[in-house]
Ligand binder design. Structure first.
Ligand code: ACO
Length: 310
């Protein structure tokens, strides 16, 4: 039965590291507060030479090299911070990488964007609309950050992650589980003039501690696996105080790997899951053939996830 599988992973982070002490020089905060409330030690922020597009292209190149493919039929790019409305960022990636003729679509579902994008690519490859697809999450949240607001500027960061999806003789990526959470539509926003990131942090935290685990269980059920069969938990890197209770609620054991890239990358929204996963993959920390739970949630309030084989 035709299915889809991950063929390669890639990522990009800007060179500039911004530590918690650097943030404390800008607003009234300190390293201890940021670490204990979020887990973040440092984050990467773009300079003049980087953009959502340049980061997406760099991550895509690395994923295509890793996969050993020179062209793809479809590019699905998730971002809430793209520089342009039209042409879309996926179309510009097609042009920059010389993927002439490939279909190109952008997804705007904030922190769950990568999992939505992977869900679309998985269906396209499984059903024969594409043989290969590039799935990218790329964000420059720093451009939409109020650097005088200590409750948000400690969280947001920039980066990109990407995967290549190809045909498999049996499904090795499960069907996506996706939806929105009623009552939280306005809980995370980029709006106003100038357009700036804002959130109701306590409301999100309350939902995350009760509402996220049942959705993760639905993702596992749809994939036909239980949490004990998962090798790697790649959950949206919103806050270590969300990731740890969530993996505890799922019954994760010390033998299972929990991606904790938020500590060195901050919250990169749609990029966070593929970024953390690709970094660990290329450091050789993840088992080839292992199963990974991918789960994103955030602005909208949208969520999506699936289980994939590495
Ligand atoms: N440094 C020091 N003090 C701070 C800071 C800071 N950076 N930010 C807020 N405070 C203060 C507040 O002013 C407040 O002080 P007060 O009691 O005198 O009024 C106090 O700390 C507590 O503020 P809270 O907002 O209640 O802090 P909380 O413990 O809830 O932590 C946080 C805030 C980290 C945002 C938390 O609510 C959280 O993580 N929520 C989840 C939201 C999230 O992860 N968002 C990510 C983006 S959306 C997404 O990706 C899903």
């Amino acid at each position: 039965m035709r299915g889809s599988r991950l063929l390669g992973l890639g990522h990009f982070q800007p060179e500039r590291i911004v530590t918690n002490d650097d943030i404390a020089a800008m607003v009234e905060t300190n390293d201890e507060w940021i670490r204990s409330r979020t887990g973040i030690r440092e984050r990467r922020i773009i300079g003049e030479s980087d953009s959502v597009l340049s980061m997406a292209v760099a991550a895509a190149r690395m994923a295509m090299d890793d996969a050993g493919v020179a062209r793809v039929d479809l590019v699905v790019l998730a971002s809430t911070t793209s520089e342009h409305r039209s042409p879309n960022a996926a179309g510009r990636v097609v042009a920059e990488l010389g993927l002439d003729g490939a279909a190109a679509v952008d997804i705007n579902t904030a922190c769950s964007g990568f999992e939505y994008a992977l869900g679309i690519a998985e269906q396209a490859v499984r059903t024969g609309s594409a043989d290969t697809a590039l799935v990218i999450g790329a964000e420059a949240l720093s451009a939409f950050t109020d650097w005088t607001d200590r409750s948000t500027c400690v969280l947001t960061a920039d980066g990109a992650g990407a995967v290549v999806v190809g045909v498999s003789d049996e499904p090795r990526i499960s069907p996506v589980v996706w939806g929105t959470v009623p009552g939280l539509t306005e809980a995370v926003r980029i709006d106003g003039a100038p357009q700036l990131f804002s959130q109701d942090g306590r409301k999100i935290m309350r939902w995350a501690l009760t509402g996220a685990a049942p959705i993760a269980e639905r993702i596992l059920d749809t994939a036909g696996v239980n949490a004990r069969e998962i090798d790697v938990f790649a959950l949206h890197q919103a806050n270590l105080r969300i990731i740890e209770p969530l993996t505890d609620a799922l019954g994760a054991s010390a033998q299972q790997i929990v991606i904790r890239d938020i500590e060195e990358s901050g919250n990169t929204s749609a990029a966070s899951v593929p970024l953390g996963l690709s970094k660990a993959w290329h450091r050789g920390e993840l088992p080839r053939g292992g199963t990974v739970l991918l789960f994103g949630f955030g602005g909208g309030f949208a969520y999506a996830g699936q289980v994939a084989e590495l």
